[in-house]
Design a protein around this ligand. Structure first.
Ligand code: IPM
Ligand code: MG
Length: 357
């Protein structure tokens, strides 16, 4: 059965890192006889320059048809002055919401080879393996009403709406409980139930769901405390489930525990197992075009794509093993450089993964 992949390189370092991941995908496609076909499209600033908007209809139509999407990154200061509706980020948010990719899985795993790259003490982070399950199509990111209005007295007022329905909470909750069952059976739900009603409901629904998953130990934590615990004793966590905005913030924090956000992949899934896979890092416009970006997060995102959307666990494991091997060989891009490492470019890192495959 043939399966299709849409490549959306986007902006900044996006094209460089997606090029390397595409090579890796084509290689495993051959090696494991996966029958994948590839196409590419425009999103973000690249789409704004070519078509006037961050998410052309053509991209959306193709996104709806394919089995999986590999996205690089969107955004750069070049487009920062545009109206909110026209900014590159709207391309990404439009794909998430248009495809109903409500479940965002963001693993934070410390590779033993990179223990010294973390800004935290090795004993605090060694062996770290956390999964953040972030709700991705609701909450304050999408709640209505939103905007900036001018009051009668001339004072301007900005507003957004933090809103979750029970069904939205339940479906992300199920993803998180099931992930915890596959892992160490611990789930921490992060909220601000001491202040925000919407998260009082969040907590209630998580407690109801817990009845259905007696093998999972559910705990709750306020988001401010969770931010602190993540740097104090991150290994206390197994799976964390939280809403869109808290998940955005905590996943960047968790990423940094591992030394470099340049290593971390992510998956955004809908109920049909269609997914969009992207590195957790952004478009890094400051280093774009220099050939120094780390392609491993995108290559590992391709592995997640094979695992979660394309039913090719063997190929996913092969890529992950190849990444681990190049780290063993001491190859390092600038972001993960260590005194004993050998500095390589984006393309050299990609080639090394191909060779290790
Ligand atoms: C992320 C990013 C996005 C988000 C931006 C680029 C819109 O920070 O994927 O975490 O806020 O979700
Ligand atoms: Mg973010």
């Amino acid at each position: 059965m043939s399966q299709s992949v849409l490549l959306l390189p986007g902006d900044g370092i996006g094209p460089e890192i997606v090029t390397e991941a595409e090579k890796v995908l084509r290689k495993v496609n051959e090696k494991f006889n996966l029958g994948l076909s590839f196409e590419s499209g425009l999103v973000g600033g690249a789409a704004i320059d070519a078509t006037g908007g961050p998410l052309p209809d053509e991209t959306m139509e193709r996104a709806q048809k394919v089995d999986a999407i590999l996205l690089g990154a969107v955004g750069s200061p070049k487009w920062d002055n545009l109206k909110m509706e026209l900014r590159p980020e709207k391309g990404l948010l439009g794909l998430r919401s248009g495809l109903q990719l409500f479940a965002n899985l963001r693993p934070a795993i410390l590779y033993p080879q990179l223990a010294s790259a973390s800004s935290l003490k090795p004993e605090v982070v060694s062996g770290l393996d956390i999964l953040i399950v972030r709700e991705l199509t609701g909450g304050i990111y999408f709640g209505q009403p939103r905007g900036v209005r001018t009051l009668e007295n001339g004072d301007r007022q900005g507003f957004n709406t933090y809103i979750y329905s029970e069904s939205e909470i339940r479906r992300i909750g199920r993803v998180a409980f099931e992930a915890a069952q596959q892992r160490n059976g611990k789930l921490c739900s992060v909220d601000k139930a001491n202040v925000l009603e919407v998260t009082v409901l969040w907590r209630e629904v998580m407690n109801e769901l817990a009845q259905e998953y007696p093998d999972v130990e559910l705990t709750h934590m306020y988001v401010d405390n969770a931010a602190m615990q993540l740097v104090r004793a991150p290994k206390q966590f197994d799976v964390i489930v939280t809403g869109n905005m808290f998940g955005d913030i905590l996943s960047d924090e968790a990423a940094m525990l591992t030394g470099s956000i340049g290593m971390l992949p992510s998956a955004s899934m809908n109920a049909e197992k269609q997914g969009m896979f992207e590195p957790c890092h952004g478009s890094a416009p400051d280093i774009a075009g220099q050939g120094i970006a780390n392609p491993l997060a995108t290559i590992l995102s391709a592995a997640m794509m094979l695992r979660y959307s394309l039913n090719a666990e063997d190929a996913a494991l092969a890529i992950e093993a190849a990444v681990s091997r190049v780290l063993d060989q001491g190859l390092r891009t600038a972001d993960i450089m260590s005194p004993d490492g050998r500095r390589v470019s984006t393309a050299e890192m990609g080639e090394a993964v191909l060779a290790a495959l």
